[in-house]
Design a protein around this ligand. Structure first.
Ligand code: 6PG
Length: 466
């Protein structure tokens, strides 16, 4: 393991727990010391130089890197490769951009070194107790690491939360989409908080209770579980929540933005993810928001009263469930499009299966997704599965009413609304996009296609009208 931060150390200790003899290297001697200390009594050795670290590995060498995405990954590869031999395997376990992984893999392949992009999800605790892992690269090389990864992964119903994802940078692509889904779900929960707090005017304790209750039902998920805890976390010797002291300006490292960017490249719409990325960005315009809030104050009393009266917690739970299904639907759709475009051969059922445990987006609903794609390997879109169809139909009326009430009450619910309007659009047999074609042809002679006729057509619109 190169990079002995908490993630790297924990993953190594996890391997050592399963009886593997492991080695770690970090430029920072304090991290090496921590590994040696935490790994005492296990077959763990920390090294202070890259040379001594590599010398101590058996061949073919398997080197995992857990360093921040970007230039550092290239620096580590440059330092490491001269010490390796043909057939060795480097695994980048960070959140690297998949296009970077593609480049790195093709350069290293020429030198006979296998390069894997492996998404690892689950944070520090996941790394220690069992993460979900998404390895992509050469399938033969995968056989060397398969037994180790299967042992250290989280398990659901006795099955490990790791599988060979596909060739090239597919592992990092799938992890990127995992994170895109993560962004949308987090924003959905944040909007729910807004509705509970300002719409239904619940206090923090009541909000904690709502999330705790939902987490025991069909909405069960890791993200709801931690959210419920956040609503119970008090400042020392105080009744106040730490949450209430935290600034409302959200940071991001980039994986959500990349998901939206690459989805647009592939022309595969994921508006819930786009909106979640935009809301984190918008949150950073604090002084502008303050000015706007003063300029356009909301008529709170009346609007919030309306929401509070009409909405019920059951409806909100159902609207959440509906939106969550749409979010996963968009994410899976993006995976299937990328699989086709990049030749990844992704098995969506297997991906849903390894997301059931260990990762940040693990949720009871992943079992339904797994079943849908497992049953029908050709399923084009999650919401076409028969079982999911019934769930969509049952929860749609609540989503409709919650979005309508929130909007008329002046409360922002961009992801709830994006899920609903996306759903209506994708369920529209005759979209109004014929008009867009006519407009394009009118102003720019871009041509249009006609129903029931082959070829493209152009009309001189203004002359025909005069
Ligand atoms: C995971 C997480 C992890 C990442 C978060 C934070 O799967 O364990 O996705 O990889 O730390 O996504 O990302 P942001 O800083 O962009 O919110």
């Amino acid at each position: 393991m190169i990079g002995l931060g908490t993630m790297g150390r924990n993953l190594l200790l996890n391997m050592a727990d399963h009886g593997y003899s492991v080695a770690g290297f970090d430029k920072n001697p304090a991290q090496v010391e921590k590994l040696n200390k935490e790994g005492s009594g296990k077959k763990v050795a920390g090294f202070n130089t890259l040379e001594s670290f590599v010398e101590n590995l058996s061949t073919p060498r398997i080197v995992i890197m857990l360093v921040p995405a970007g230039k550092i990954v290239d620096q580590v590869i440059n330092d490491l490769v001269p010490l390796l031999a043909k057939g060795d395997l480097i695994i980048d376990g960070g959140n690297s951009k998949f296009t970077d992984t593609d480049l790195r893999a093709s350069v290293l392949e020429k030198q006979g070194i296998h390069f894997f992009g492996m998404g690892i999800s689950g944070g520090e605790e996941g790394a220690r107790k069992g993460p979900s892992m998404m390895p992509g690269g050469d399938i033969q090389a995968y056989q060397h690491v398969k037994p180790i990864l299967e042992q250290i992964a989280a398990r659901v119903k006795g099955e490990p939360c790791v599988t060979y994802i596909g060739p090239g940078a597919s592992g990092h692509f799938v992890k990127m989409v995992h994170n895109g889904i993560e962004y949308a779900l987090m924003q959905l929960i944040a909007e729910t908080y807004e509705l509970l707090k300002k719409g239904l005017q619940l206090n923090n304790h009541q909000i904690h209770e709502v999330f705790a209750k939902w987490n025991e039902g069909r909405l069960q998920s890791f993200l709801l579980e931690i959210t419920k805890d956040i609503f119970a976390f008090r400042l020392p010797k105080s009744d106040r929540l730490l949450l209430d002291e935290i600034k409302d300006e959200a940071k991001a490292k980039g994986t959500g933005k990349w998901t939206s960017q690459f989805a647009m490249e592939l022309q595969l719409p994921v508006p819930a993810i786009d909106m979640a990325v935009s809301m984190r960005d918008l949150s950073k315009y604090k002084s502008l928001r303050l000015q706007m809030a003063e300029t356009y104050p909301r008529e709170d009393g009346q609007a919030l009263g309306a929401f509070g009266q009409a909405a019920s917690l059951e409806k909100l739970e159902a609207a959440f469930y509906f939106s969550m299904m749409v979010i996963y639907g968009q994410g899976m759709h993006l995976l299937s499009k990328a699989s086709e475009a990049y030749g990844y051969g992704l098995k969506l059922g297997e991906i849903a299966k390894i997301w059931r445990g260990g990762c940040i987006i693990r949720a009871a609903f992943l079992e339904d997704i797994y079943r849908a794609f497992h049953k029908n390997k050709e399923l084009e879109f999650l919401l076409l599965d028969e079982h999911i169809q019934a769930l969509v139909r049952a929860n749609l009326p609540s989503a409709k009413s919650i979005v309508a009430e929130a909007i008329s009450g002046g409360l922002a619910v961009p992801v709830f609304a994006a899920c609903l309007t996306y759903f209506y659009s994708i369920c529209t047999a005759d979209m109004p996009t014929n008009l867009i074609q006519a407009q394009r042809d009118y102003f720019g002679a871009h041509t249009y296609e006609l129903k029931g006729k082959d070829g493209v057509f152009h009309t001189n619109w203004s002359s025909a009208l005069s």
